[in-house]
Design a protein around this ligand. Structure first.
Ligand code: ADP
Ligand code: MG
Length: 247
């Protein structure tokens, strides 16, 4: 698959602290439009923090992050724009339990994007069809399986028409038999050219879909490469250790 020359995300010398704890150190990362990046690394290495900085769920303190040409700063207007350009899907689906699947998918488009209800519902149905659960539209999240709820969460993000999707371990809370249906949805998105950053331990997915694997440890990007090289010929000792533990 072709990856463009257009920069989607540019992170330069980015540092973040939680209080006195230096969680991200001198992160440099350029993501081109259409890239499918898998972020791997041990627990606590800063993977979630890094992707949360990209849609400003977390603030960085030094260096810069530019998303779609917009520098992330404390300017609130920018943050709204970024949040609508960058969709995010978490380990726990965070659906609103008291709203139907359809209402979960139309809430933000109606209230944030000011899209008329009928049009928002049409869009929602389109994406629920895409993730293959249109028949669940009028049920509540609690009536769906974990895999179905995660696909709703993906559809809900897509309803905002994001140009970039961030995934933070979207399958790690799921039973094994439901992992595939969620990964299949993500594969389809990737094939359609969505720019994606995925924190995941699904190394099969990384091999199949990623054009680049990034390995983080102790708040730094230690190594990055195309999947074949990354898995077959890891350079760094910490990468070798990590791969020996998970593969
Ligand atoms: P990963 O996703 O790779 O497991 P995280 O980004 O969640 O790593 O966390 C990186 C480090 O930052 C961990 O040591 C974690 O305990 C710490 N951390 C995460 N969130 C917070 C927070 N809100 N306040 C303080 N420390 C945090
Ligand atoms: Mg995490």
């Amino acid at each position: 698959m072709k990856v463009s020359d257009e920069v989607a995300i540019q992170i330069t010398k980015m540092n973040k602290w939680y209080g006195t704890f230096h969680v991200l150190r001198d992160i440099d990362l350029t993501v081109y439009r259409g890239e499918r990046i898998v972020i791997a690394g041990p627990s606590g290495s800063g993977k979630s923090t890094m992707i949360r900085c990209i849609n400003r769920l977390e603030e960085h303190q030094a260096g810069s992050i530019v998303v779609d040409g917009i520098e992330l700063s404390s300017d609130l207007k920018n943050i709204d724009k970024i949040r609508s350009e960058v969709g995010m899907c978490f380990q726990h689906f965070n659906l609103f339990p008291h709203l139907t699947i359809l209402e979960n998918c139309t809430l933000a488009p109606i209230w944030v994007r000011k899209i008329p209800k009928k049009q928002a519902e049409e869009t929602a149905m389109h994406f629920l069809e895409k993730v293959k659960i249109p028949e669940q539209a009028h049920k509540y999240p609690g009536q769906l399986s974990g895999g179905q709820q995660q696909r709703v969460a993906i559809a809900r993000s897509l309803c905002m028409k994001p140009r970039i999707m961030l995934f933070d371990e979207p399958t790690s809370a799921l039973d094994p038999e439901m992992i595939k249906e969620v990964l299949d949805t993500m594969v389809e998105l990737a094939e359609e050219g969505m720019t994606m950053l995925c924190v995941t331990h699904e190394m099969g997915f990384a091999r199949q879909v990623a054009n680049r694997v990034i390995f983080m440890d102790a708040g730094q990007i230690v190594e990055q490469n195309e999947p074949e090289e990354f898995f077959n010929n890891p350079r760094h000792e910490r990468t070798k250790l990590f791969l020996s533990q998970i593969l």
